[in-house]
Ligand binder design. Sequence first.
Ligand SMILES: *Cc1c(COP(=O)(O)O)cnc(C)c1O
Length: 400
Amino acid sequence: MYFSEIKKLDQQYVANTYARFDLDVASGADARASDVSGKQYIDFSSGIGVNSLGFGNPKWVDAVKKQIDTLAHISNLFYTTPQMELAKLLCEKTGMKRVFFSNSGAEANEGAIKTARKYGADKYGPERCEIVTLQNSFHGRTIATLAATGQDAFHKNFGPFPAGFVYAKADDIGDLESKISGKTCAVMIEPVQGEGGVIALEKDFVGAVAKLCAEKDILLIVDEIQSGVGRTGKFLSCEHYGIKPDIVTLAKGLGGGLPIGAVLFGDKTKDTLGFGDHGSTFGGNPIVCAGAAEVLRSLDGKFLDDVTEKGEYFANKLCAIEHVSGISGKGMMIGIELLDGIAALDAVKAAIKKGLILLTAKTKIRLLPPLTISYDEIDRGLDILRDVLCELYDTKEQPQ
Ligand SMILES: *Cc1c(COP(=O)(O)O)cnc(C)c1O
């Protein structure tokens, strides 16, 4: 099918919720994608941080294919080996104690919110139901996770929202403390805010939040949906902060390309949910879990060190590119601030024309490359980015 025909089908039959870029990705290998006409692209997006092992990683494909041939689905009323193996791997990698599987990030956060409220209610009564989240956070698109999201832009049109969410300023422990009361059951943070603009929280702040939560028996929920599973060079980005959360949520990169979410429970919360308290028809699907287990097996110490090194390589090279004013984030979760009035969205559109796939986050270009990206692919992508920024600047300087 020609691109024009594909676009027409989208316009006619698919809900208008996405402002799509003019690109139909047909296939991929490692950090390289091809469109329907066969044109090649370097991929600095990995979906949105999903294809952590790149496109078509042979081990991942093999694990998924084997599981499709063996057993595609059975409900959570029965045991399956891939789900139990993945749960064990997740606990071993993180020190958490139990796992609940969902299908997406928002669903994982829903599970975390339910758990926090039940923990509060069980121990202190139903009044203890409030969750403090941060301004500029992003926690998902369901009604409750939108309410948890500390950005007014997301709160238009869809009310009424469930009560019980309070927003505190990031990196301001005084403000956060003032939002805490006897009703607070949890504080929820992204250690590195993703959609909010690739902003790593300050170490002192996160440490102080963890201390405050521990003192007051308030649960610390860490949303690692974007920052987890090796993205920042640690398995969880909260390891950079030396904290031990009570609940961790994962999704995006965990599945390596298939939809999965996970809620990880620590010592305090591992038995909070009981029979019938929560559930999912598809959550923990054997195919998806078999793929995710392969992602986890790949992420050993050497792999994570490589992510850190590649992140530093990116940072050094990016800072030397003209019209880049600075970078933010951690590891291979990178925000790029642009100078000279160049809009991130224009840069991303121009980059696609030249064979490079990027993302934005607020006013920044955002990079979430496959964790397995090669130095050659990084160099080729950055060469394109350099050209794109120069050309955008030049066309701005000489208006027709
Ligand atoms: C993407 C994201 C979510 C939502 O995940 P979905 O799979 O889109 O539901 C939640 N929190 C963070 C930090 C995210 O980056």
